[in-house]
Design a protein around this ligand. Structure first.
Ligand code: NAD
Ligand code: MG
Length: 383
């Protein structure tokens, strides 16, 4: 049966991989909407290929260019509200949330409120507001299908088992470009160093998050919300080969793992075809050429971000929103050459420690905590 798919963030790394998956799935999917920030030329190409009835661009000037060029007959929505509008008007069986950052929260929330099935690559909205999003999904009947590779692995390993029988999960991490670097060298790592990921090819923000391992911190909070796990049920393991995408350990001592080549098209396709599986474009593992799989505990002294993820998952409330926003703002400053690499986790930790914590925040309070953390990072003179 044909699935109608709406791709938010279609011009990014995940969005482009999703387009490839749609192309390969052919008649099994129909793209009913595409959205991005400002890359109008690529959006025009995608619209010409997939012929969705509507597209959205947040940036007004880019949207004007797109309208002038013509967009394969698609209506072009624009402005800051356009993504929510697209979600609310689209007839979609799956909304693929692939925007980067907390900016994806309003559209994800709109999809969840509508009770739609959401393929979640965009982890930051869950980190900010998972305590609100998950109960809303339960009430509206929305299904959240993780696309983040570790969480997709856990989701797959949970199929056919009882949640109550889970002892803990092991989130694997490649360790990023600085896995073996001494701390002094990491402190002053350049943007080019941080963008040189050994395994995954991804957008710049998550690539830097992998270098600090803040990505794993965000994923701890993500797993906590998605699977209802306590922080101490979530273990992090460095696995440089990135072949075991994560594992679920059950009460009886059995551990289920999901393995595959490191390619986001696998979890994207799984979200699109779930609960079925179809022929994929990802190569299967070549078992004979795998000599060894390595696992080790992360070095918390060199990667202090990991502790922050545990702290945010444990404290709940506004902690996730502050950690995420502080990190987004610190990563922006690092990318602009205005912050040393080592400061990203340090500043995020300081703000997490000294923010005005609220245990049961409303959405407005979460957004206020997010805005406060961004301001603090931006105005930080000592940084
Ligand atoms: P990216 O930077 O390559 O792409 C981001 C997309 O979002 C683009 O289409 C861009 O136009 C759009 N966008 C950015 N800011 C926006 C805004 N303010 N409003 C509307 N649209 C906006 O990022 P990516 O690497 O594709 O990552 C997307 C999300 O998926 C992130 O949350 C990331 O953590 C997650 N993720 C990515 C990967 C990966 O392999 N790239 C793996 C796991 C999880
Ligand atoms: Mg991941």
């Amino acid at each position: 049966m044909e699935k109608r798919v709406l791709i938010l963030g279609s011009t990014g790394s995940i969005g482009r991989a999703a387009a490839e998956v749609c192309r390969s799935l052919g008649e099994r999917v129909r793209v009913v909407g595409l959205a991005a920030l400002r890359s109008w030329e690529l959006l025009a190409e995608q619209a010409a290929e997939f012929r969705p009835p509507a597209v959205a661009l947040v940036d007004e000037a880019a949207a004007r260019q797109l309208r002038q060029r013509g967009c394969g007959g698609a209506a072009v929505l624009s402005g800051p509200e356009s993504l929510v509008e697209l979600v609310n008007r689209a007839e979609a069986d799956l909304v693929l949330a692939a925007i980067v950052g907390a900016a994806g929260l309003p559209a994800t929330l709109a999809a969840v409120e509508r009770g739609l099935t959401v393929g979640l690559a965009n982890k930051e909205p869950l980190v900010v507001a998972g305590a609100l999003l998950v109960p809303i999904a339960q009430r509206s009947g929305a299904t959240l299908i993780p696309v983040d590779s570790e969480h997709s692995a856990i989701f797959q390993c949970l199929q056919g088992n009882r949640r109550a029988d889970v002892k803990r999960v092991h989130l694997t991490a490649s360790g990023g470009p600085f896995r073996t670097w001494p701390i002094e060298r990491m402190e002053q790592a350049t943007l080019a160093d941080a963008l040189r990921h050994p395994v995954w090819s991804m957008g710049p923000k998550i690539t830097i998050d992998s270098a600090t391992m803040m990505n794993k911190a965000l994923e701890i909070v993500e797993a906590h919300h998605l699977f209802g796990l306590d922080a101490d049920q979530i273990d992090v393991l460095i696995h440089p080969e990135s072949i075991v995408h994560s594992m679920v350990e059950y009460l009886d001592g059995s551990t289920m793992a999901q393995l595959g080549v490191p390619d986001m098209k696998t979890p994207i396709q799984y979200a699109m075809t779930y609960p079925a599986r179809c022929n994929g474009i990802t190569q299967p593992l070549a078992w004979e050429s795998i000599r060894a799989l390595h696992f080790e505990a992360p070095d918390r002294a060199r990667f202090p971000a990991i502790n922050l993820g545990y702290e945010a998952a444990r404290r709940g409330g506004t902690a996730g929103a502050v950690l995420n926003a502080a990190n987004e703002a610190a990563v922006d400053r690092f990318r602009n050459g205005r912050l040393a690499f080592g400061q990203i986790a340090r500043v995020s930790g300081e703000l997490l420690a000294r923010h005005a914590f609220r245990a049961q925040p409303t959405l407005e309070e979460l957004l206020a905590a997010d805005a406060w953390a961004r301001r603090e990072v931006e105005e930080c003179v000592a940084c």
